[in-house]
Design a protein around this ligand. Structure first.
Ligand SMILES: Nc1ccn([C@@H]2O[C@H](COP(=O)(O)O)[C@@H](O)[C@H]2O)c(=O)n1
Ligand SMILES: C[C@@]1(CO)OP(=O)(O)OP(=O)(O)OC[C@H]1O
Length: 160
């Protein structure tokens, strides 16, 4: 049996009037994240953590932000592609832990739906996806509401 760990970190700017895609769902807010894709920072860190665990580079390597085919893409499709890459190599996901750094709005009310949506995309159990949130106490770019950041760690395994 092989067990490997992975870690992901990402940041996106917040801009007024954009849809705010986070954890696979649209969160009601005055601002949304800016990116080449739908800028779903939680999905991006999960992708990076999974790719890192399998030593498969990162999200921008597989889905470059210079490629027009990914313009505005639903990040759930990128996550699905990452899961395919892992499963082709025999890996299954044991669990994910993540933290979203966001001054507002509150993420807590949306976490059960995010878990449902992400579990369906990844083909794993909701209980294996932990999502947490924190403000940065009004400090830094998150505190000024200029951006959203996220971190994720994962455990993957094969040969059980
Ligand atoms: N965007 C956020 C930020 C935080 N939470 C929840 O509030 C708790 C307190 O936040 P602090 O930054 O003061 O530690 C935090 O532990 C989360 O449960 C949230 O839901 N959405
Ligand atoms: C997801 C991709 C691809 O559309 O674009 P962005 O939404 O800009 O996201 P980022 O995390 O900056 O980099 C990965 C990119 O390749």
């Amino acid at each position: 049996m092989k067990i490997r760990t992975g870690f992901g970190y990402d940041v996106h700017q917040l801009q007024p009037g954009l849809p705010f895609w986070l954890g696979g769902i649209e969160v009601p807010h005055t601002h949304g994240a800016l990116g080449h894709s739908d800028a779903d920072v939680l999905i991006h860190v999960i992708c990076d953590a999974l790719l890192g665990a399998a030593n498969l580079r990162d999200i921008g390597f597989h889905f470059p932000d210079t490629d027009p085919q990914y313009k505005g893409i639903d990040s759930k499709k990128l996550l699905s592609g990452v899961m395919r890459l892992l499963r082709e190599r025999g890996y299954e996901v044991s669990n994910i832990d993540s933290t979203i750094c966001l001054e507002r709005p509150k993420v807590n009310p949306h976490i059960p739906e995010m878990q449902r949506v992400l579990a369906a995309v990844m083909g794993i159990a909701e209980e294996d996806i932990s999502i947490k949130a924190t403000t940065t106490e009004k400090l830094g770019f998150v505190g000024r509401q200029e951006g959203v950041a996220a971190y994720a760690s994962v455990l993957i395994q094969k040969g059980l």
